[in-house]
Design a protein around this ligand. Structure first.
Ligand code: SAH
Length: 276
């Protein structure tokens, strides 16, 4: 598999975040924010069909020039692994998200070891950190949960380490599923990893669902989330910006959810709902 790296010069972190959100409407797999640049990664075969539309969207955002570089798989992995620093999410019980070569978390902390490969979910993104914090605070002891769009599996691992009874982790991307299996072994937890989307859990019931994807996909999935949750079950969503919240809330309420909380980190939101 070959990837294209778009290398876009950015003026500030806010611009990088807006571009990340806009590019998330296309099949980009991951994003890396650097000092004055945003790198966005997409499979070569996925790039061709949306190349012109992406260029038009970027132009609307005032970006006339950017680089599109073909990346060999090997370089890509090396880049991820060398770039990756441990992340600490503060809270009642701090969570440390790290790679295998970093020092283990201290006793009393939630130690999450991930193998990122090409998958999103190192904890560096505000949404992953805020989702992790929400999981540790919402109380998942003894519950069965679904992590839809699991990436590295970071959220499912956090949930298991916070006492969940069982987690099903699903992602549409083969690389994410592989990364999730590696991460679960490194973290010493068992996950039920499945490649696919909501159809992979059809007919099953969960006590809670985690989904950190993007606004449009979450809205499309809302009826399936309602079906997959037991009564009183919780749906925790992220991957969208403040202005998207009313759309997410409306779609959730239409499917019989009550909005319980809305939180924010660096302009990114987490919405938690309860199935009535
Ligand atoms: N849960 C991780 C990763 C979030 S990135 C975290 O919180 O950090 C979003 C993930 O959703 C990606 O791995 C992407 O492959 C996956 N995804 C995108 N669309 C999907 C779909 N329709 N069904 C399942 N997974 C999807």
């Amino acid at each position: 598999m070959e990837y294209i790296e778009l290398n876009i010069r950015t003026e500030n972190a806010q611009q990088a975040e807006i571009l990340t959100a806009l590019l998330s409407d296309y099949p980009f797999d991951s994003f890396v924010e650097e000092d004055a640049a945003l790198k966005a990664y997409i499979l070569l075969q996925d790039y061709a069909p949306c190349e012109q539309e992406v260029a038009r969207m970027l132009l609307e955002q005032g970006i006339e020039q950017y680089e599109a570089v073909l990346i060999e798989q090997q370089n890509w992995n090396a880049e991820w692994e060398s770039d990756f620093e441990p992340v600490r999410v503060e809270g009642e019980r701090p969570i440390v998200i790290r790679a295998a070569h970093h020092a283990a978390a201290a006793a009393g902390e939630v130690d999450v070891v991930i193998a990122p490969r090409m998958s999103f979910g190192t904890g560096h993104h505000a949404t992953t950190a805020l989702m992790s914090q929400t999981i540790s605070e919402m109380g998942v002891e003894g519950l069965r949960g679904l992590d839809m769009g699991c990436g590295t599996g970071v959220l499912a691992i956090v949930a298991m380490k916070c006492g969940a009874e069982q987690m099903v982790a699903v992602d549409i991307d083969d690389w994410a599923c592989e990364s999730c299996r590696d991460s679960m072994a490194l973290s010493g937890v068992e996950l039920d990893v499945r490649c696919g989307s909501m159809a992979a859990v059809e007919g099953e019931k969960f006590d809670f669902v985690l989904a950190n994807i993007n606004r449009n996909i979450l809205i499309d999935m809302m009826p399936s989330f309602a079906e997959a949750l037991s009564e009183g079950g919780r749906l925790v969503m992220s991957g969208f910006l403040r202005e998207d919240v009313p759309h997410i809330e409306r779609a959730a309420v239409e499917q019989g959810f009550a909005v319980e909380s809305v939180s924010e980190r660096e302009g990114w939101m987490v919405v938690m709902c309860k199935k009535e």
